[in-house]
Design a protein around this ligand. Sequence first.
Ligand SMILES: Nc1ncnc2c1ncn2[C@@H]1O[C@H](COP(=O)(O)OP(=O)(O)OP(=O)(O)O)[C@@H](O)[C@H]1O
Ligand SMILES: [Mg+2]
Length: 270
Amino acid sequence: MIEIDGLTKSYGRRIVVDGITLAIPRGGLTGIIGPNGAGKSTLLGLASRLLAADRGTVTVDGLDVARASGDLLARRLSVLKQENRVAARLTVRDLVAFGRYPHSRGRLSPGDRAHVEKALDFLDLQSISGSFLDELSGGQRQRAYVAMVLSQDTDYMLFDEPLNSLDIRHAVSMMHLLRNASRSFGKAVVVVLHDINIAANFADRIIGMKDGRVVFHGDTADVMTGAHLSSIYDIPIRVHRLEGQYVTTYALPGEPEGGAGGEPVLVADD
Ligand SMILES: Nc1ncnc2c1ncn2[C@@H]1O[C@H](COP(=O)(O)OP(=O)(O)OP(=O)(O)O)[C@@H](O)[C@H]1O
Ligand SMILES: [Mg+2]
């Protein structure tokens, strides 16, 4: 369980995380959604100690994130930041192996190597594992960073917009992978997402943020409503079900609030 209590962070006079209290259990995928500037990345940064809080605490299975030793924390919780850049010229395999550092201290055991190969397999990276990061496309590089976090193999994994630059096949396959990791291996996977359809279709729970606060939080089926989404994004959004999936629509310029009306229909199916 990640337990967040009264967490607050300001920059100057601006409060960007405003007294958040929240519990995120293990087992299942938690999606965090909300508009630009809502405080999603700051919340993840505070939860993983990349940032220091002004007030409040975060514990992970009882371990106080602010006071834990770096080693212990790195074996329990891993994080993918929104922006990732390494200065060194590394291959994909080197980067993924770097994820084992908290376990291996730089000397990879056969077990560490198995984790690296598994992560390369899962993210469809074997064919480019010898390529340097600066030779990759944006989506390939993004998958390499996610593989690095997966190879760390912690019980708690936080991902800030892991789908950035991914095509639809790789986005869907990554969400399957993260959901399976959370359900089959009892991990807590927390994912910041901008695609609300993907969030609704893959997350077991959704946290909706706006202006540094949690506006709603709960099981996806309970909180995935047009009223909730409209309240955080400040545009009329409607939620439909189509072939068992959530589909959201929004008003286009010139249309009445809540879209043009009617249920979604298939445009073509050949
Ligand atoms: N280092 C900083 N100094 C000053 N203000 C900051 C800093 N980092 C973030 N902020 C501000 O904090 C607020 C929350 O930023 P944050 O990055 O957490 O938003 P976000 O929800 O992740 O947005 P996005 O969807 O654009 O990634 C924003 O208003 C941002 O301008
Ligand atoms: Mg962000």
